[in-house]
Design a binder for this molecule. Sequence first.
Ligand code: WT7
Length: 647
Amino acid sequence: MSDDFFPVPGDWASSALMDRAARDADYARSIDASHDYWLERAQRLDWITPPTKSDESSFAEADFGIQWFADGVLNVSANCIDRHLAKRGDQVAILWEPDSPDEAPRRYTYAQAHEEVCRFANVLKSVGAKKGDRITIYMPMIPEAAFALLACARIGAVHSVVFGGFSPEALAGRIVDCDSTLVITADEGRRAGKTVPLKANVDAALKHCPGVKHVVVVQATGDAVTMAEGRDLWLHEAAATVEADCPPEPMNAEDPLFILYTSGSTGKPKGVLHTSGGYLLWAALTHELCFDYRPGDIYWCAADIGWVTGHSYIVYGPLANGATTLMYEGVPNWPTPARMWEVVDRHQVQTLFTAPTALRALMKEGDAHVKATRRTSLRLLGTVGEPINPEAWRWYHGVVGEGRCPIIDTWWQTETGGAMIAPMPGATDLKPGSATLPMPGVVPQIVDTEGKVLEGAIEGNLVIARSWPGQMRTVYGDHDRFFQTYFTTYPGKYTTGDGARRDADGYYWITGRVDDVINVSGHRMGTAEVESALVLHESVAEAAVVGFPHDIKGQGIYAYVTLNAGIEPDDDLRQLLVKWVRTEIGPIATPDVIQFAPGLPKTRSGKIMRRILRKIAEGEVSAQALGDTSTLADPSVVDNLVANRHG
Ligand code: WT7
């Protein structure tokens, strides 16, 4: 970890929304006068009925529950669009950059977005969708994806976006889990010049989803797809027949806004549920504070709408703040590694927010691609999704930003709704690799394995001691799992699953997951999910999956596989299993390494000792690194694993 230090530049301190003194005072008030503070902060939203209540949450088992602004009434889509119409109806709300640089960008003003969303909402209503219904969205990165989210919010339906890279199987599981009756998709998606058969994937998934009554299909590429009579309808056809206005549904602050599935250390993905008032406030407030958002800025979050970053920082946060949000259909390195910087120049982007994995991949291609562009519009650079290594941080800061732009490293999770620990550009001196200090109202603590709160400069498990408005409210359909997963390891506190170090200045350094979740290219993957996919194959008896350090992806996927008796391990089978996992889950779950293992290291009670598997995957195979193996049922399996280690 780096001890470099980048003080707030003088011009930032004087021009930003908050300087250090203001930030410190604001934070203190958010803790000491929490009730008044949050009711004041809530005024940044447009309420139909303003709340008089703020935080009524408890992490304790006896009265467990998360609740904010519970007597407030609002509509999220009206907050993201309608309320801007008078002042900035003609300002661009969504600026869309297509996959191919040879194609023209599309622009939607707030007024145009209003009509698109209203028509979309009326189409949803026309097929029977109503408040509280769950609607699954499986879309490419086109403006209609954002309109789909906002159309659901407008009528009070709960959206569940499934990343377009997930397989039909993964999609089906998520549709069934939340009983969606409606799916929104596109004919095809495009990424790096290739097409993704989204509608065909939906058709395959729906064989397992009897509850789905209709599919609304957006025409994106125009290629032929199969439309099921009576079930499927084209958005553009239906939209032409409905009203151009759709009154927003009044929603209680605690009415659900969306579900987003994410991986945990055990079992199938959890449906993280966020509600309307607290979530929107958190997305909007953190967007403004972290990125020092100012009217007129062109703001680009290069995430996918399939992840929480896309929800909070492409759609909800920026639009609630009346921003111009850039949506990019493609990938960072296509057609060349200069693409991101070309997009910055083409649209004169002020703020760029991306993931360390993208930076590492581009950094590897050399500085010439960056230097061939101007990037003079850039004012601020953000990162999210995984720890950023100081080398990538310095490259982002020095080469991309030419030393001019603060690097805003935002630590948060699907569960937290928005940034939790992150710098504010006018207030926070930066240290490469540290997410720095907590956002207003956030009380991070570091605890030891017994849950004892550790003070001062120390490393341990990161927990959050009290609720914040953007906190998830439940695991959809399984409130007990919500409580068990997050509030029992350290009773009375929210367990993040991350480890962290706090330095002498009180700065937080996230050290990575302490559970069986791995972070592959900024995508969160449960090792249990990959294991389940592997054991579904007829040749596989048992599988254990761990992460290992990977130059570009941050972590790679290392799978130990035990085959059924009589099956011969060979390269063909290895390839087959890799393909199998891709089809079962999606390309993001592609194992980097499969090591065939006659046996796995287990305790006498049958528990797989992952600590040992992790060490072997990392290449740390000395007796000292492997530690005590005497408690294993069969210590000799370790010798075999070490001898046959991959690479
Ligand atoms: C996990 C959450 C945050 C939205 C996208 C990912 C890791 C996230 C950072 C960061 C170090 C980070 C953590 C966290 N993570 N941001 N700035 N520094 N680690 O959301 O899929 O829910 O994953 O990503 O391990 O727990 P997610």
